[in-house]
Ligand binder design. Sequence first.
Ligand code: ADP
Ligand code: NA
Length: 331
Amino acid sequence: SAADLVFTGIQPTGIPHLGNYVGAIKQMVNLQHRYTGSILLSVVDLHALSTPQDPKLLRSSILDLTACLLACGINPKDTILFQQSMVPQHTELAWILFCNCSLPRLQRMAQWKEKQTLVKDPGVGLLTYPILQAADIMLYKSTLVPVGEDQTQHIELTRDLSKAFNIRYGPVFPECSMIAGEVPKIRSLRNPSKKMSKSEQSEKGRIELTDSPDKIADKIKKAVTDFTSELTYDPINRPGVSNLLDIQLALYDDIDLDDILEDSFLRAEDTGQYKVRLSQLVADKLAPIREETIRFQADTGYLMDVLRDGADRASNIAAETLDEVKRNVGL
Ligand code: ADP
Ligand code: NA
């Protein structure tokens, strides 16, 4: 509806990969015309701090991600593109929500159960960042959140915290929902039982948006598949091969699964040969994004201007919501 507000965030923890692109960025690009001025995309640097970050690398990742988002087609005139830490209301609202969320509710989150085993000596932020994420969404009274299915639990938490706040302190927050597009989950090339992620240690499992054609071909060639040479789609029993098909489907809107399988059948292609063809298709799609990213990366002054301007616009909305929240809470 006309009153909808769209919000999503991406962590500046490295160059975005194909999963981020088809799961979030591509959708945001498609939505920005319809929701011009009511769509926010945040480079969520505070979230990145929930796991240890090298300060120099973090700073360059913020600019790299911004360059990549612009290269993918995010237009800073239509989309409010900003750096999370430039808008202090995110942490202020998060604190108020911390005080209104039970500990067991957080300890039940799948991300916590998984991530605490990956990090040595996990910090408290790793447990509590879903509340910061809820604050990110609620601060703008967002109603639509285009994210991958890996975020379902976090959106549920946001809905619960909004409802609880409204009951306890009076109606402030609208109900938000995930945008139920066909957002595919892309899996790691090396470990197809896991999602493709920036937080997977080895970059061999992910195709970054700035990878060269050679690098793409090498990663896809070494993608874990199985001993069946025939190309079939069966995500449960053949997650590796099915993931490759999902990648082509997600990148090429004008083609469906039957088209791909039939085409491959006519070519008498085995999975190895399909990998070679897919590499070319992925490289073709990523070539313009890669070139544009490199062009934007060379202009850090422009990137900083975009982030600062976005933060100014985001702050206007954030300040209003936080005033209302403080009044209702009794501050
Ligand atoms: P990552 O796990 O790679 O660090 P983020 O947490 O920064 O990614 O998520 C950014 C956005 O990308 C979110 O909307 C998330 O749902 C989406 N996303 C992340 N990984 C995938 C994936 N493998 N497939 C589809 N969408 C994904
Ligand atoms: Na993540």
